[in-house]
Ligand binder design. Structure first.
Ligand SMILES: *Cc1c(COP(=O)(O)O)cnc(C)c1O
Length: 353
């Protein structure tokens, strides 16, 4: 047998997550991964590189707990929000259980479930990108984890709070509901954190990759009741956070760091409104969807053509043409003022004959 044939069957049939970086491209305008355009600057203050780090660095846990308005026992820190997705599946799903999610949405729910060999169930979002609760309820048999992304990547939509509450009610005692709040810092009033005391099966995913402008740090969080956090503690790697990561995360979560996040969010929201208005004026644009994140989903007359034309000029966007229900759509991260202007100008020059 070849080495590939020796690997697990579900791994043999796996396609790795098509991350922005993996998709490649060469350019000078990178608006395909919902990153912040500029890097914040930090100095290392902890140089104990010879020692293993704290498994759950206290300063990071306390800093994030304060920021999120929960107790430290409600916080788990991990190697990005992506690790949290996999930890939840590994901790809660038997091979015979299934995971349910609602496309079009973030790709890592299916990748992590498939890696673990767990059955996937999908219930597409409605035409206005909301939950189809009737269909979800009909498909809950054997489901251990339900993933809901709000604001949803790539649509930008917030899932209705009343629907999330109904979902929590119909899954109580049966399944974990994961609300992925990777973009919640751009619309903090919409968080489900205040529902944690009411729902022991609610888990909320957060990250420093988006509004904190630290995607390179690989630092994310799970917020949940202590019992759920303790279950995840059993399956997480012993030292998930390198010393330099904990050091920088602690600084990013200081009062001054949080103040910078708030300013950055204000700036991104202003730039997003300008970008939306300028895109709506272009003849090739059919629709710019309302967004609560740091990105816009845009529907074109000919999406693949626009994507390719900009790609060839070194403007790298995220094609959504193949995502469920998103034919001719492209996701555009809000960049700097100059980057946004270049995108609008380049799209304005594309000719569809
Ligand atoms: C970016 C993102 C995450 C987490 O990203 P990490 O960089 O692993 O923290 C999780 N969910 C969604 C929807 C995202 O867009």
């Amino acid at each position: 047998m070849t080495i590939s044939q020796l690997s697990r069957k579900n791994v043999q049939s796996l396609t790795p997550y098509q991350s922005a970086r993996r998709l490649g491209g060469s350019g000078d305008v990178w608006l395909n991964a919902n990153e912040y355009a500029l890097s914040p600057n930090f100095d290392l203050t902890d140089r104990t590189f010879n020692r293993y780090p704290e498994p759950q660095p206290q300063a990071v846990i306390e800093g994030y707990a304060t920021y999120a308005g929960v107790a430290p026992e409600n916080v788990l820190v991990s190697r990005g929000g992506d690790e949290s997705i996999e930890l939840i599946i590994r901790a809660f799903c038997e091979p015979t259980d299934s995971v349910l999610y609602c496309p079009p949405t973030y790709g890592m729910y299916s990748v992590s479930a498939e890696t673990c060999g767990i059955v996937l169930k999908t219930v597409p979002l409605t035409a206005d990108f909301q939950l189809n609760l009737t269909e979800i309820e009909r498909n809950l048999d054997g489901v251990k984890v339900v993933f809901v992304c709000s604001p949803n990547n790539p649509t930008g939509t917030l899932v209705k709070r009343s629907d999330l509450l109904k979902l929590l009610q119909i899954t109580a005692g049966k399944a974990i509901v994961v609300v992925d709040e990777a973009y919640i810092d751009f619309c903090p009033q919409a968080t489900m954190v205040n529902e944690l005391p009411n729902y022991p099966h609610l888990a909320i995913i957060r990250t420093l990759s988006k509004a904190f402008a630290l995607a390179g740090l690989r630092c994310g969080f799970t917020l949940a009741n202590a019992e759920l956090i303790n279950v995840l503690q059993k399956v997480i790697a012993p030292y998930p956070l390198p010393v330099p990561v904990a050091d920088i995360a602690t600084q990013a979560l200081s009062a001054q760091g949080i103040e910078q996040v708030k300013q950055r969010v204000e700036e991104v929201l202003t730039l997003r409104a300008d970008l939306q208005k300028n895109l709506e004026n272009l003849p090739l644009v059919e629709k710019v969807f309302e967004s609560d994140g740091n990105y816009l989903l845009v529907k074109f007359q000919d999406g693949p053509k626009v994507f390719k034309a900009l790609w060839e000029q070194g403007i790298i966007l995220r094609d959504q043409h193949k995502a469920l229900g998103l034919a001719n759509c492209i996701r555009i991260t809000v960049g700097t003022k100059e980057e946004n202007a270049r995108v609008v100008e380049a799209i304005g020059e594309v000719r569809v004959i």
